[in-house]
Every structure is written in C-alpha cells, then in structure tokens.
Write a protein that binds this ligand. Structure first.
Ligand code: SF4
Length: 359
C-alpha cells in the first residue's frame, strides 16, 4: 500500500499534481507513508531525525499503520523469533552514584535488598534458571559506579564455568569500564557488555549528576575496542522531550549497538522520580517502533516497565521488538514466565537460541 502522496529523495512530503485527496494533510498523515519508510529502510536508506520525531508525534489513529510498517522491518531481520534474556542482580544497592531513576542509588530510600557480589554458587544457580527458562543470554548485573578488582575477578572466574556448563551467552553490566577491564572481560569469554546511555546527552544532567553522558560513551567505546558486542539502550518516561528520545536512538545508531533494551520508567517509591509516570501503552509502542526504524537490524528488547506500561498491549510490542527479559527485573517483579511463553506462542513466534539444560 503506497501513499497517494509520494516522497521525494529527501523524504519531504510531496503532493502529486492534481491530487485532491487528503486535503487536510499537512504533513505525515498518509497511512501508506510509514510503509514507504519501512521499504526505504529495508532498501538501505536510513530515516532522519524529523521522520523519527514524526513517528513519536503520530496520533493514535495512525498507530496500527506504524506498527505494521515497523513489523515489516522486524520480520525482515528477525522473522518470527524472540530472544529471551535473564537478569541476575549480582550485587544490589550500595551504589555511590545518584541516578534518579534507580532504586539502588545513594539518593534512593527504596526498601531493596543490599548485598555485595554473589557467591559462585548463587551465580551458577542463576545460570541454571536462565537456561531452564529458555533464555539465550544470562545478564550478570552489579550495582556501582565501576567494578573493583574483586568483582572483575569474580566475573573472570565464573564466566568460563557458566559457558561450559550451560552454553549461555553472557552479558556483563558492571558500570564504567576502562580499556583494560573491557579486555579482561573479553578474554574471560563475556559476549557483550550492557551499559545504557539512558537518555540524550542534553537531558543526562537531569537524571544523574555523579557521572556524565560522555563517561558512558567512553565506556561503550572501550567495550567496542575490546571486541565485545554492545548492549545499550535507555529509559523513557523520565520527563524528557520526544527530541531527547530521538537523540538517544541516533546515538545508539552511531555506535552500531547490537542490542537495545528499551525501558519504560517504573517510578519506584523512594527514588527522586517517584510518581513521575505518564506514559500510555501507545506512547511505548510508538517509541519501540521509532527505535526499530532508526536501528533496523539491532536486537530490540522490551525491558523494564513492560508489564506495567504496555499492559494488555504487550503482544503488539513484540510485533516490533524481538526480545524480552523473562522473569524479574533488578529490583522489581516481572510477570510469570508462563505468561511470556503463552504470549510468544499466541503470536505464532518462537523462542530462539536456547541454552543447554544439563540432566
Ligand atoms: S550507577 Fe547503576 S546502580 Fe548506581 S545508581 Fe546508577 S543505575 Fe543505579
């Protein structure tokens, strides 16, 4: 289905001569335009910032057309597959940073468990659960600004053991990393490192004052230099402008990030962002679609806040994204895994890349 209003090479809407249809159309209101953009993306023509913003600005009447177009991109790169990730909060709380969205920060009063890095046995238990739940990737996450020597050594020790026993991919989320730390993780067999940009460079100081957007970019560059894959995404719903969400998506595109977790703020009581939630499920879907258009071949994961914000529209999210976490998040609960499996099955999708579960 093509729009009666074709686009020229710079993606400006051009009303064909003699066109009397869609008189009310001033910009981006043709239902076929999104599909044209998807075709352009699949032909290797990246969308620009104004197009990305138009997706976020689209009204609800256009949402199904946008999702349908974004699904075309998703299907091209990922078919009917869904990748599951499993999170282990391997060190909780005790963080000296002040990320305003985080229940583990020094400025949070949220009643969360606080503990130092888990024992080998507990990390292995988590790997077993990850494999049993059909996830491909086990995410080992520690709170803190940056890992200390003991924490790096714990990861170096446990990763080969987990990989040998379960064949899981490992994603390590350890905070800021220098080049040598990133190289040690690569040598230990870590597959990717998660370090979220979280928002735009401009908005970053509104969500954290103890480190900067550029600190985070430097870590991502160090990770890339070490030959590791990048997992980096962000959070929406923190009071940022739509332009900030677009900027984040383009920063991730510039970094060629392989895996993008998109979180929807779960405003936890006791954090500076408590009671700040304002996202509708349709806002979340528009954001997912925009990320799919901007980063067409990147894995896109619906991350924290999925159940809380998408609610009954979760399956529509998976028409655009191709990955979810199974089980709980770091300090908040997810839905029972069985509900995720049913959703995937009902969509006609299948879980891909499962790990080994030893007898
Ligand atoms: S550095 Fe990580 S653990 Fe610490 S406050 Fe920020 S997000 Fe939370």
């Amino acid at each position: 289905m093509l729009s009666p209003h074709a686009t020229d090479s710079t993606q400006t809407l051009v009303r064909p001569e003699g066109c009397t249809e869609h008189d009310a159309c001033t910009n981006f209101t043709c239902d076929g335009l999104w599909m044209q953009w998807a075709a352009d993306v699949l032909a290797g023509k990246a969308i620009d910032r104004s197009q990305a913003l138009a997706i976020l600005d689209a009204n609800d009447d256009q949402l199904m057309d946008i999702l349908s177009a974004a699904n075309r991109i998703r299907t091209h790169y990922f078919g009917k597959t869904v990748q599951l990730y499993f999170l282990m909060n391997a060190k909780s709380g005790l963080c000296p940073e002040d990320c305003h969205y985080c229940s583990q920060s020094k400025v949070s009063d949220a009643p969360i468990p606080k503990y130092t890095i888990l024992s080998r046995e507990k990390l292995l238990d988590g790997a077993r659960i990850a494999a049993e739940r059909q996830s491909k990737t086990y995410c080992i996450v520690i709170s803190g600004r940056a890992p200390n020597e003991r924490e790096i050594k714990a990861i170096e020790t446990i990763v080969p053991e987990i990989k040998q026993k379960y064949g899981l991919n490992i994603c390590a989320c350890l905070g800021l990393l220098n080049e040598s730390q990133a190289q040690r993780l690569a040598a230990a067999g870590v597959d990717k490192v998660n370090h979220n940009l979280n928002t735009s460079r401009d908005y970053y100081e509104k969500i954290c004052t103890t480190h900067t957007f550029d600190d985070r970019m430097e870590t991502l560059r160090n990770v890339r230099k070490a030959g590791l894959q990048l997992c980096s995404g962000g959070i929406i719903g923190m009071g940022e402008r739509r332009e900030d969400i677009v900027e984040m998506a383009f920063s991730l595109r510039e970094l060629s990030v392989e895996s993008i977790p998109l979180n929807f703020l779960h405003a936890i009581d006791g954090t500076p962002m408590e009671q700040k939630e304002y996202l509708s499920p349709r806002d979340c879907l528009r954001a997912l679609a925009m990320f799919r258009f901007v980063n067409p071949s990147s894995e896109l994961r619906i991350a924290g806040g999925r159940e809380r914000h998408l609610r009954s529209l979760q399956p529509l999210g998976l028409l655009v994204a191709n990955s979810i976490f199974v089980g709980d998040y770091l300090t908040t609960e997810g839905q029972p895994p069985q509900e995720d499996y049913h959703m995937i099955q009902d969509l006609g999708y299948e879980i891909t890349g499962q790990a080994m579960v030893p007898e």
